[in-house]
Design a binder for this molecule. Structure first.
Ligand code: LLP
Length: 463
């Protein structure tokens, strides 16, 4: 992004420091619908509202920081994915993005399946009454105990991630007198254009079994011989926060290529393929995500075309969106504490949370937007960095953001699009307490994950 001239103002330098920012937005009070949950608006006094509640009321009732989640938006996005893929495909919500028992119930009601990747996520899903047959269990290092629990519970599929796991799951299932449905996760050698830490289909990383060198074919050979396994398909997940569909195209081409090789070698047409998740969302106005119906159309067309070329029956497709469903539905509400102008640089705005509730900026150099939400302001835009309260200079929530120059302690600001991978990656760094998740809708607000307390912290510290 380009640097640009900045309007003169009491707190601004003539020369701006390096950063990701472009020009300040024309109207600092405007809320770009691309980055905010669907029911977000401002009331007559300029206070941000969501699900019919003002953020000032929510802050009063639930405290700050808090993740505020728009339930109807979550349900609408989940439904849009379900409808877009229709009855010939399955949508597995990726629980790692954010999982709670309320979320499990919403998914259940909206007809989605669930992807879990740990015993903890599995326990959450089961305790909320999710039908185990609609659960897929992932992970590159599932423990024997986790696998046993998943097989006993009757999960619909286990996604096998290594040769050792193929043998391990087969052995456990056989010991329990079961035949576990499974997919094999392969790495197709696609370089997804996203941050290195969240790209997963190139070969030099920990997930899956490489297609290259015949390893995936060998994995299939082994799985097909084991009584404890029913191999139902091939899985590929190429990365996360992806906008460009070409990576999926290459992945689908290679997965279908493997299905064809399997048919030719074993005379078996595997009935399913899973193309993973990874579809990007808008964190700032410059991001342009695709709609679920476009994604569904594009993926279905690619797979159908590839199968026709290979003379294969079109397998049942599944996808695993996490971020694209929950990400845009929540924002983090913070109270402004210290406001510190640094001459010639920018103004540091400290909030009452930070890297413990949003590690993504520090970890992936993620970009976020931010707005003053407890009021509007006609003051000049000032260049800020929104930082947390942790003892670390990398504790940055929004690296470069314009906020009104009259911002003051006690104002509420909100960072949109924090529904995915913020609460789920939250920590207790500096013994800061993890914020609650408050679901709002139709004028009602309820806590779905409560705020941590000092007692919670001390309960784990056994002396
Ligand atoms: N399926 C599999 C096998 C996955 O590994 C993932 C994400 C997903 C589905 C869902 O991907 P999504 O649609 O949410 O992009 N913590 C990182 C993202 C890590 C994603 C890990 N796997 C972040 O905050 O960006």
């Amino acid at each position: 992004m380009s640097r640009s001239a900045h309007p003169a103002g009491p707190r601004h330098a003539d020369v701006l420091p390096e950063g990701h920012y472009s020009a300040p937005p024309a109207d600092l009070n405007a809320l770009d619908p691309k980055v905010w949950a669907r029911t977000v608006n401002r009331d007559g006094d300029g206070v941000l509202t969501v699900g019919g509640r003002t953020v000032t009321e929510l802050a009063e009732e639930f405290g700050t920081p808090a993740y505020i989640l728009d339930e109807s938006d979550f349900r609408a996005r989940a439904r849009a994915w379900r409808t877009a893929f229709g009855s010939d495909a399955d949508v597995f919500y990726a629980g790692k993005a954010f999982l709670s028992r309320a979320v499990v119930r919403w998914l259940d009601e909206e007809g989605l399946n669930l992807d879990v990747c740990s015993g903890g996520e599995l326990a959450t899903a089961l305790s909320a009454g999710m039908d185990p047959a609609r659960i897929a269990f992932h992970g590159n290092n599932k423990s024997v105990e986790e696998i046993t629990r998943a097989v006993e519970a009757g999960v619909g599929r286990i996604v096998l991630d290594s040769f050792q796991e193929i043998a391990r799951v087969a052995h456990i299932a056989q010991g329990l007198g079961k035949r576990q449905k499974a997919q094999i996760r392969i790495t197709v050698g696609v370089e997804a254009h996203t941050h290195e830490f969240i790209a997963t289909a190139h070969e030099d990383q920990k997930f899956g079994i490489p297609l290259a060198g015949g390893q995936a074919a060998e994995a299939v050979r082994r799985a097909l011989t084991l009584d404890g396994l029913e191999l139902i398909g091939i899985h590929s997940h190429i990365g996360s926060q992806i906008f460009d569909m070409s990576g999926f195209e290459v992945a689908a081409h290679r997965v279908v290529g493997l299905l064809k090789d399997i048919r030719d070698e074993h005379g078996v047409e595997l009935p399913e393929i899973d193309l993973g998740g990874g579809l990007g969302i808008a964190y700032t106005s410059s991001d342009d995500p695709r709609e679920p119906h476009e994604i569904a159309k594009s993926l279905t067309e690619i797979v159908t075309r590839e199968c026709e070329a290979a003379r294969l029956r079109v397998p049942r497709i599944s996808v695993e969106p996490g971020r694209a469903i929950v990400g845009p539905t929540a924002f983090t509400l913070y109270e402004v504490g210290t406001v510190k102008p640094l001459d010639g640089l920018r103004t540091y705005v400290s909030v009452d949370g930070g890297m413990s509730d949003n590690i993504r900026t520090a970890l992936y150099d993620a970009e976020y937007s931010v707005a003053l939400v407890s009021r509007t302001s006609d003051a000049e835009p000032m260049l800020t960095r929104v930082v947390g309260k942790h003892c670390e200079s990398g504790d940055i929530v929004v690296k470069d953001a314009f906020l009104p120059a009259d911002l003051a302690p006690g104002d509420l600001i909100a960072v949109p699009a924090t529904g995915a991978y913020c609460r789920s990656m939250a920590s207790n760094y500096n013994h800061v307490l993890r914020p609650p998740v408050v679901a709002v809708g139709d004028g009602e607000a309820r806590v779905i994950v409560r705020r941590e307390t000092e007692e919670d912290l001390l309960r784990l510290d056994v002396g």
